[in-house]
Structure formats: structure tokens, C-alpha cells
Ligand binder design. Structure first.
Ligand code: HEC
Length: 203
């Protein structure tokens, strides 16, 4: 549990921390990149920042201008891929396993390991789980507080989990759909965990 929390914190930090922002001169950047190697599920191409990450970690960490933030959010929103069959919900029990799992995309994961979402590393979900991080807001009662799985909530929640930058330009939450971390089926299972009335999140 502990190492899972640490990993997620590091992943978040890599995306947005001033201290870990990519070095600015080309030689330093090349040296930085050259010190990494592909190993199992961890691949060097992940050092390439998306345009949004680049803007959010630029020199001096100056807050982005409102127009820049809006542009990043609009681009992220436009690129969200909604479920092909129009059905947003899966199995909350599988969703809970995904939320608990910090596996995937690490050098210790053999190729083909299914990734987890590691949601507990940053969020409270089921109130019976006592090990959770607080980088993100508590999601306990997420569905209940928002009136359940209405069409608007389904769409908003899917887009947020698919690409967190859609609503928060410089979010540190992983882009679970856009970055290919979770499959469409896994996203549906996590949606049920958040929104199904019978899910422990809403008890
Ligand atoms: C590295 C930390 C981190 C991880 C891991 C993470 N989140 Fe988040 N999440 C955040 C932060 C921070 C926010 C607050 C908004 C923002 O900055 O994007 C957030 C916001 C959200 C929201 C919007 C809440 C609202 O009130 O509208 C949802 C839904 C959500 N996360 C779901 C998830 C799910 C599901 C997972 C796992 C699949 C997950 N998050 C994993 C950090 C994280």
C-alpha cells in the first residue's frame, strides 16, 4: 500500500512539479533522457511531454493565462472518446479492484501487465478503506452528492477520468483514457464504482 501511494505521488509530481520539470537547455535534456532505458512496461517515450504538460511546466512555473488554460481544456475535451456503445457503466466490483491497483506501466511490470488506476493513492472512495491519499478531493458519496448517473454526470465523469486536463488545464491526475492507461472496459468499471447507487462509494 505504502509503495503504491509513493508511486502515484511521484507520477503526479513528474507531471507538474517545478523541481522535476524537464531541464531547459538541450544538452541537459539529452543527458536527462539518455539516463533512462526502456524496461518492461516502462518506456522512454513517456518522457515526451504532451503540449499541455509542456506549457504547465514551463520556465518559472508562471501560472498560465486564462486563454491558454481555456485552449488546453477545449483541446482535451474535443479529443475525449466516449464509449462506442453509448453505455457508460460496467461492474463496480471490478472498478474497486482497478481503483486499488497501482500496477502497470512500471519497470517491474512484465510486458502486457494490465494497468490499475491507483485512484486511492490520491482520493478517498469507499469509506471503509483507511489507506488513501489526499492529493485529490474525497470521492466518497460522489454519485449520491451529484444526483446519481444522470446523462450529464455520466458525460462529465467519463471526460474527467478520460482526460483530467479537460476541466483543469494543469491537472496532476493521470489521463486514464487519453494516455492509454485504462481500457474502455476498465473505465466503465471505474464509472460504476463512482456512480452506481449500490457501489460502496455511495454508501
Ligand atoms: C496523482 C493523483 C490522482 C490520481 C492517481 C487520481 N486522481 Fe482523480 N483527481 C486528482 C485531483 C488533483 C483532482 C482535482 C481536480 C484536478 O486537479 O484535476 C481529481 C479530480 C477527480 C474527479 C473530479 C471530482 C469532482 O468533484 O468533480 C474525479 C471524478 C476523479 N478525480 C476520479 C479519479 C479516478 C476514478 C481515479 C482512478 C482511476 C483517479 N481520479 C486518480 C488527482 C488524482
Amino acid at each position: 500500500m505504502q509503495s503504491k501511494l509513493v508511486t502515484a505521488a511521484l507520477l503526479g509530481a513528474l507531471a507538474a512539479s517545478p523541481a522535476l520539470a524537464a531541464p531547459k537547455d538541450d544538452a541537459a535534456l539529452a543527458g536527462f533522457k539518455g539516463s533512462f532505458r526502456d524496461k518492461n512496461e516502462a518506456t522512454v517515450e513517456r518522457l515526451e511531454q504532451s503540449e499541455a504538460q509542456r506549457l504547465c511546466t514551463q520556465d518559472g512555473q508562471k501560472p498560465l493565462k486564462p486563454a491558454q488554460r481555456k485552449k488546453i481544456e477545449a483541446q482535451a475535451t474535443a479529443a475525449v472518446v466516449y464509449p462506442a456503445d453509448g453505455n457508460y457503466l460496467g461492474d463496480w466490483k471490478e472498478g474497486e479492484k482497478i481503483a486499488q491497483s497501482g500496477r502497470g506501466m512500471q519497470s517491474s511490470d512484465p510486458k502486457g501487465t494490465a494497468a490499475g488506476g491507483n485512484c486511492y493513492a490520491c482520493h478517498q472512495l469507499d469509506k471503509k478503506e483507511i489507506a488513501f491519499g489526499n492529493i485529490g478531493p474525497s470521492l466518497h458519496n460522489y454519485g449520491k452528492l451529484r444526483g446519481g448517473p444522470t446523462p450529464e454526470m455520466l458525460k462529465y465523469t467519463w471526460a474527467k477520468v478520460y482526460n483530467s486536463h479537460a476541466f483543469q488545464a494543469c491537472s496532476v491526475m493521470p489521463r486514464f483514457g487519453a494516455a492509454g492507461i485504462l481500457t474502455e472496459k476498465q473505465l466503465k468499471d471505474v464509472m460504476s464504482l463512482l456512480l452506481a447507487p449500490e457501489s460502496p462509494v455511495n454508501q
